[in-house]
Write a protein that binds this ligand. Structure first.
Ligand SMILES: [Zn+2]
Length: 510
């Protein structure tokens, strides 16, 4: 298959995923694939489109190693502008133990839109087979798998572990990327080392990774990371620790020991987004701290709650900002401020808000100190994972800025300021992410690889999303191309073209 060149991109500075190519390098794209790298070739067909890059930087489109857009990416009404506007061309979904296959109830962690559903593998593959706005690599969620096999949160017996291993193997043989675990969620209850090692051995046979939302990011963070790393060691599979950071700053002194776990292993990495804030339901806070939720008849001790919140956010309830709730006059304000206005203890106010609206979502500001985020994200083994969703131009409603700004923010606050060298920053978002997930057809600019490209004005890249929860797309990206088609144009938005497809490990694309 040697299709003619249909598009030439000239006048850019080409970063090929590992370093910059000499000035004057042009790219020829044909049939969705990079066909030529070098001087502009002679004898181009008359219909060939020429894109003048205006001295902007051309890189492989970025790979988001941690995204929760499982349901969003198959929604035909979603144009994916939140990621495309940042130059992101591939999302790894199925994280934190939750995926859209095998069948079962949809999970709130994935922010399901209307009509979202879990499907058997054959149907899941059909849904991902075409018509995506960008590339999607999918992990199998361990919690979703457990719910399917066990029905309820409990320990699995040997036969059930074998069944889970069989389903994982089937998923991997169909091109799945690996397995994700979410060990602090209820469905993981009763998991055992033998279960985890058995599943990791299935991964190891194909060289696929185990990605982990660990059991404890607080006092037990070190042991939690060590446990996952040990499963990887025993089985021989790569390990990726998701959104890796201590919560809160009380455990920052463990960072050197944490880094040491990764630095002494060949196949272990971590990912993070460039924010000190987290985002989830208000209900999560109660179950995290007290393993139960308050109700009108059973309230939690308010003083103890107020104390315990300092173990999550540095500023306690002053750092827990309500983004969406039907509780009167709460949205946009911290629970501390709401409580002062009502002249009521914050520990009671938090429960009042939850009881009035159990679906209340909050931004948990300052779960870490900014300096801690700087240290972790500047570490050479850190990949960039937004932990966000895939949102279209018509998305309304509150969200953490990471969906719209993790990649633009990383460039703006780390690469442009020199905290991370430009080439190292670009490598971690492209070739290193592709290598970790064995994605052979992307993450680099080379003849024969997929034409997933990002063209951007390096000095102007930045995020527009604020921590007020508003949805604003990033700026500075001029064009994002997916399989040779323009999927996003700066100033115009997403084009709505659906030229993406499922990303599979070691795909022989040419
Ligand atoms: Zn997670």
């Amino acid at each position: 298959m040697n299709e003619p060149i249909d598009t030439i991109i000239t006048g850019t500075r080409v970063f090929d995923g590992t370093g910059f190519l000499p000035t004057g390098t042009a790219l020829g794209v044909g049939g969705g694939v990079i066909r030529h790298i070098g001087a502009v070739p002679d004898g181009l067909p008359g219909a060939c489109r020429v894109i003048n890059g205006n001295n902007l930087i051309l890189t492989p489109a970025f790979i988001d190693t941690h995204n929760h857009g499982d349901y969003h990416c198959v929604d035909p009404g979603n144009d994916g502008v939140s990621s495309l506007a940042q130059g992101v061309g591939t999302l790894i979904v199925g994280n934190c133990g939750y995926s859209s296959t095998p069948p079962g109830a949809v999970h709130p962690v994935l922010m399901p839109q209307e009509g979202a559903h879990n499907a058997p593998l054959y149907e899941h593959l059909k849904e991902l087979a075409g018509g995506l706005v960008l590339g999607i690599g999918d992990l199998l969620g361990h919690n979703t798998l457990r719910r399917h096999v066990l029905g309820e949160p409990r320990a699995a017996n040997a036969a059930e572990i074998e069944r889970m291993c069989g389903l994982l193997d089937e998923f991997l043989s169909a091109g799945g990327m690996g397995l994700s675990v979410g060990l602090n969620y209820p469905e993981a209850t009763g998991y055992s080392k033998s279960e985890m090692v058995a599943l990791s051995r299935v991964l190891a046979r194909r060289g696929r990774p185990l990605t982990a939302h660990i059991a404890d990011q607080g006092a037990g963070i070190l042991g939690s990371i060590e446990a996952v790393a040990a499963w990887g060691d025993i089985a021989g599979c790569p390990v990726l620790i998701s959104h890796m950071r201590p919560i809160s700053d009380r455990y920052d002194h463990l960072l050197d020991a944490i880094f040491n776990i990764f630095e002494t292993r060949g196949q272990a990495r971590f990912d993070l987004y460039p924010y000190a804030a987290g985002f989830t339901t208000l209900g999560w806070l109660f179950s995290y701290l007290f393993q139960t939720s308050p109700s009108a008849t059973g309230r939690l001790p308010a003083i103890e709650l107020e104390e315990a919140v300092f173990g999550v956010c540095i500023g306690g309830f002053d750092d827990v900002r309500v983004l969406a709730s039907s509780f009167p006059d709460a949205n946009g304000k911290s629970i501390g401020a709401i409580a002062r206005a009502l002249q009521r203890p914050a520990g009671e106010t938090a429960q009042d808000i939850y009881i009035a609206d159990p679906a209340t979502v909050c931004l948990y500001e300052r779960e870490s100190r900014p300096q801690t985020i700087d240290r972790i994200i500047s570490h050479p083994l850190c990949l960039i994972g937004s932990d966000g969703y895939l949102f279209g131009h018509n998305h309304a409603g509150p969200c953490h800025p990471r969906s719209y700004g993790a990649f633009a923010g990383f460039i703006e606050r780390y690469a442009l300021t020199g905290k991370v060298a430009c080439e190292a920053a670009l490598r971690r978002m492209t070739s290193e992410a592709a290598d970790f997930f064995s994605l052979a057809d992307r993450g680099r600019i080379a003849v024969g690889l997929r034409a997933d490209l990002a063209l951007f004005d390096w000095d102007k890249v930045g995020e527009s999303a604020g921590e007020d929860g508003a949805s604003r797309i990033a700026h500075g990206v001029d064009m994002t191309m997916i399989s040779g088609r323009v999927a996003y144009r700066g100033g115009h938005g997403a084009t709505g073209l659906r030229s993406g497809s499922r990303a599979t490990p070691l795909a022989d694309f040419t």
